[in-house]
Design a binder for this molecule. Structure first.
Ligand code: PMP
Length: 286
């Protein structure tokens, strides 16, 4: 079955899907994106992802490429056309195509691209966990805007992989963890407090982060939004990361030091299972 992509109103073969060389997304990273997980033919946390897209677009003064119901429909069409029961849908909106100039002309038509792909269904079990390394945060100062300017993140993710780790926890100038390159960072202290950095311009307001915080509070866990250091993470009872496409994933090594028992902890496992329950009640779309 051929993969299908959506490019500005047309459903096309994935291998032929293209935008123009003077798309501002290509030349300036003047584009924003979202990744929404699909599980059991359901889009997980769709509305908050679209709300965050709205934030990214409005911070950059880019218009919605489609009205929201039409965008919801297009996301489903691409998922359906690719028979994605479990996986993700990716959408990107660039400011549009224009002669290369830092200052964009007024009235550009945004370019919308949507793709989807299948992945294994998310397991309720949290798995063995992953290792993370740390490195200075190389990114720009508005990472709350989910822009396609991902070079700093890509460099740090490659650094992690070269070190045999899955993720890189990035550090601000004071040595506090901002977040992973594609995930939010959390620890559980020995006092039983869940710690994650507050939202602001220096992290992406993760949708999974917000849902996990809500679920945790419902479970009577204390969530404290404050920065933490690598030393604190290494000495924590549990550590984990959150992101749409892997939900809640245990972090069992930080810069080579084992965290807790070096395996998924009870709280991580509970939060993962509760997250799946919390987001699994929408209507299947095909
Ligand atoms: N931080 C960054 C930098 C990310 O790229 C992502 C993945 N989109 C996240 C956090 C997690 O966000 P979400 O839970 O919305 O996937």
């Amino acid at each position: 079955m051929p993969r299908i992509a959506y490019v500005n109103g047309a459903y096309v073969q994935h291998r032929d899907a293209a935008t123009h060389v003077e798309d501002r997304g290509y030349q300036f990273a003047d584009a924003v994106y979202e990744v929404i997980a699909i599980a059991g033919r359901r889009l997980l946390d769709e509305e908050p992802h679209l709300d965050r897209l709205g934030h990214s677009l409005s911070e950059l003064g880019i218009g919605w490429p489609l009205v929201r119901p039409a965008l919801r429909y297009a996301l489903r069409e691409v998922a359906r056309a690719n028979r994605v029961s479990n996986g993700l849908v990716y959408l990107q909106v660039s400011r549009g195509v224009a002669k290369r100039d830092y200052v964009p002309p007024a009235g550009l038509q945004p370019v919308l691209v949507i793709t989807a792909k299948s992945t294994p269904a998310p397991s309720e079990a949290p798995g063995p966990g992953v290792a993370v390394i740390s490195a200075p945060d190389l990114r720009w100062k508005r990472v709350d805007i989910k822009s396609t300017g991902l070079l700093g993140a890509a460099i740090n993710k490659q650094k992690a992989r070269a070190a045999g780790a899955w993720e890189c926890w990035q550090l601000d100038e004071r040595g506090f963890v901002t977040e992973g390159t594609s995930s939010n960072a959390w620890i559980l202290t020995h006092e039983g407090e869940l710690i994650t950095r507050p939202t602001g311009h220096d992290i992406l307001a993760g949708i999974t982060r917000a849902t996990v915080a809500r679920v945790a509070r419902q479970l009577q866990l204390k969530v404290v939004e404050r920065p933490f250091t690598i030393a604190e993470a290494q000495g924590a009872r549990e550590a984990f990361m959150t992101r749409a496409t892997s939900i809640v994933t245990p972090v069992v090594r930080v810069d080579g030091k084992q965290v807790g028992a070096g395996a998924a902890g009870d709280v991580v496992a509970r939060l993962r299972a509760e997250y799946l329950r919390a987001v699994g009640d929408s209507e299947p779309f095909w």
